[in-house]
Write a protein that binds this ligand. Structure first.
Ligand SMILES: Cc1ncc(COP(=O)(O)O)c(C=O)c1O
Length: 392
């Protein structure tokens, strides 16, 4: 077995589209036996040949071949120089935020995942890292928030759950002129629809738990770096941090990613149908969906993405309707998370966004009557029929 860079046989992938790349991954098979499923190296440690000879493998917290295959594959899909697979999206976020030092300042999307907001406000702030939350769909707000000590801009696009769109290329340009790192949480669209590094971002983060894994059966996080410069820093932090993704979960993630292209297209097409149906329902006041032609971020989306993904939010007329939907859905499951093959619905105020203050939630539009729907890959007509019966 060779090490990370040595095994990256780029010639096998020359000219392939992302649809083919996701199926085969980086190495795509066991380099020793030819088994077409990459092996699960379920080991904590590795035998040394002698005191002077090294295999490149020492201890699975630091390096594991199955995890490396995930990392190589994510480098290819996101167009990065180095990737790190860790135990959850939050582990990826914390690993990245821990670049910051006391006295630094981070600007963050105002409508980020609740865990990111909590990490910035409740973990980083007491350690002396200042933060400002900004609507990053408005570049003038970003400019007003920048300080000489700003070291990172943390972007989520589209945002969760209000589906606001930020212009990654414009933000990265502003950041680079000032020596600031641009980090993009690409969980919602995946590299299949959006490739932030190609747009100028420095670091991409994923909750691999969502669309990358795709089956609601694992937790994983990914960090991909555009340039290798930060790699040494990550290497050390990752070893100390001890959050490396386990071999079994690495393999599940690899298996899930093989169908990423098929799933993303189906999620996307289903979401378009469901969003249009919801829009015309008398109990629905507003649907937040990037795929609408009149979405305020349409022009940016057309430029920087090739699809709108499968997640949407909608506001209904009353709490009675919220309760009725959550109690009556049968095909759709009332559960947290998103991006899996099964359709899931959640109530941000009481579930995903409990950490966000009421004032902040209301300012963003996250009211009691807002629901978030992760449209799965079932038949769109069945999903719509389920919503119809639940809302009748
Ligand atoms: C956009 C986004 N980023 C990060 C996370 C955190 O990922 P995980 O739950 O895998 O820790 C989530 C979880 O919902 C998310 O939606």
């Amino acid at each position: 077995m060779k090490n990370f860079d040595e095994y990256n046989d780029k010639s096998r992938r020359d000219g392939l589209t992302l649809d083919s790349q996701v199926v085969h991954g980086a190495t795509g098979m066991d380099p020793v036996t030819g088994a077409v499923s990459f092996p699960i190296y379920q080991t904590a440690t590795y035998k040394h040949p002698s005191i002077t000879d090294r295999t490149g493998y020492n201890y699975s917290r630091c390096i594991n071949p199955t995890r490396e295959e995930v990392e190589r594959t994510m480098c290819i899909l996101e167009g990065g120089a180095r990737a790190y697979a860790v135990s959850s999206g939050m582990a990826a976020i914390m690993l990245t935020l821990s670049i910051l030092k006391p006295g630094d300042h981070v600007v963050c999307s105002d409508d980020v995942y609740g865990g990111t907001s909590r990490a910035v406000k409740e973990v980083l702030a007491p350690m002396g890292v200042a933060n400002t939350s900004v609507d990053l769909s408005r570049l003038s707000d970003l400019m007003a928030a920048l300080r000489p000590e700003t070291k990172m801009i943390f972007v989520e696009t589209p945002t969760n759950p209000m589906m606001k769109v930020a212009d990654i290329a414009a933000i990265a340009r502003i950041a680079h002129e000032r020596g600031i790192l641009t980090v993009v949480d690409n969980t919602f669209l995946t590299p299949y629809f959006q490739r932030p590094l190609a747009l100028g971002a420095d670091i991409v983060i994923h909750s691999g738990t969502k669309y990358l894994g795709g089956h609601n059966d694992l937790l994983a996080g990914i960090v991909v770096l555009r340039e290798p410069d930060l790699g040494q820093w990550y290497e050390i932090r990752n070893h100390v941090n001890g959050a490396g993704l386990g071999p079994m979960d690495s393999w599940l993630l690899l298996r899930g990613m093989k169908t990423l292209a098929l799933r993303m297209r189906r999620h996307n097409d289903n979401a378009v149908k469901v969003a249009n149906w919801l829009r015309n329902h008398p109990k629905v006041e507003k649907v937040y969906f990037v795929g609408f032609a009149d979405h305020p971020g349409r022009e940016i989306s057309d430029r920087q993405t090739t699809g709108c993904g499968g997640t949407l939010s909608f506001r209904v007329d009353s709490m009675e309707t919220v309760n009725q939907i959550l109690a009556r859905v049968r095909l759709i499951t009332f559960a947290e998370s998103l991006g899996g093959v099964e359709s899931l619905i959640t109530h941000p105020v009481s579930r995903t966004h409990t950490e966000v203050s009421e004032a902040d939630r209301l300012a963003l539009g996250i009211t009691d009557t807002l629901l978030r729907l992760s449209v799965g890959i079932e038949d769109a007509d069945d999903i719509i029929a389920d919503l119809a019966q639940a809302m009748a």
